[in-house]
Design a protein around this ligand. Structure first.
Ligand SMILES: [Zn+2]
Length: 284
């Protein structure tokens, strides 16, 4: 159903869980999703999207948690003045750094309408490995899952078999934003795929089941194998990308329909895994 913000879609997802999805500014086919988990003690918002208007469907929330510090997941928090915000220690570090406000200023200058009311709101409360919230009838567990970014976390609601994955899971393919934890990320996704989760909500793309975890893990593992072999042969990133096109990893018909972002991102993903493998080799 159309919501109050730009292209906002509100979706009752599970009992006590509502999703809100919108498009990124300037893009009609690139969605980003946030969630509300409503317990009897706490109404917990997981990510606040891009501007406060995106959060109108979640009015009355009593807690905000972040999956990571990327702008499309946390710039709407000003919708909840006085509400405690929880995030990873590194998310707080990133959102209190001057670069966070500079990024908002730059994007606002380029597109004033889209970001007029956006604000950088760092977490008040942080965790390192794991944090458990008793929301009343529902448990909201935050688990650090570095990979997409070093500060990434997933949100598990065990009573519902639900994993709100932030950008640790993305359909059709994950975005490897930075080297450092990419292989560990794939291993964590494999663990979660065997943890009895029934519903997986990606930060970008349609929700699904545990197969999304296995599919993202398999994609990262294939990339890591190809990059390892490519480095052995002295190949460039371009040569590796040519040898491992997206059509080799996804059904060809679906690749035709992908937003252009993912074709470009696939090449960038190879560059990031190559950077991680090179750093590992240097450290050896
Ligand atoms: Zn994102």
């Amino acid at each position: 159903m159309p919501g109050p913000g730009f292209g906002l879609r509100v979706e009752p997802f599970l009992p006590s869980v509502t999703l809100v999805t919108r498009s990124l500014p300037g893009s009609y086919d690139f969605p980003v999703t946030a969630a509300l988990v409503a317990g009897t003690r706490h109404r917990v918002v997981v990510d606040t999207l891009i501007e406060p208007a995106d959060m109108a469907p979640f009015a009355g929330a009593t807690l905000v948690v972040y999956t990571h510090s990327d702008w499309d997941h946390c710039w709407g928090t000003a919708a909840f003045p006085g509400v405690p915000v929880i995030g990873h220690r590194l998310t707080r570090e990133r959102l209190t750094a001057p670069e966070a406000d500079e990024a908002l200023a730059q994007m606002r200058a380029a597109n004033p309408a889209a970001f007029a009311n956006s604000q950088v709101v760092p977490p008040d409360l942080t965790f390192s490995d794991r944090l458990t919230i008793d929301a009343g009838g529902l448990t909201v567990e935050l688990h650090h899952l570095p990979g997409h970014t070093a500060d990434s976390a997933v949100v598990h609601v065990p009573e519902l078999g639900l994993l709100l994955a932030g950008d640790a899971v993305e359909t059709p393919i994950p975005t490897l934003s930075e080297p450092g934890h990419i292989r560990r990320w794939a291993a964590s996704l494999r663990q979660w795929s065997r943890a009895g989760v029934r519903h997986v909500v990606p930060g970008h793309g349609r929700p699904g089941g545990p197969e999304l975890l296995a599919e993202n893990a398999a994609y990262i593992e294939r990339l890591a194998e190809a990059a390892e072999a490519g480095l052995e042969r002295g190949q460039s990133v371009e040569e590796m990308a040519a040898a491992l096109p997206l059509t080799a990893l996804l059904p060809a018909a679906s690749v035709d329909q992908l937003p252009p972002y993912y074709r470009q991102q696939h090449r960038e993903n190879i560059a990031q895994i190559v950077a991680e493998l090179k750093a590992e080799r240097t450290a050896r």
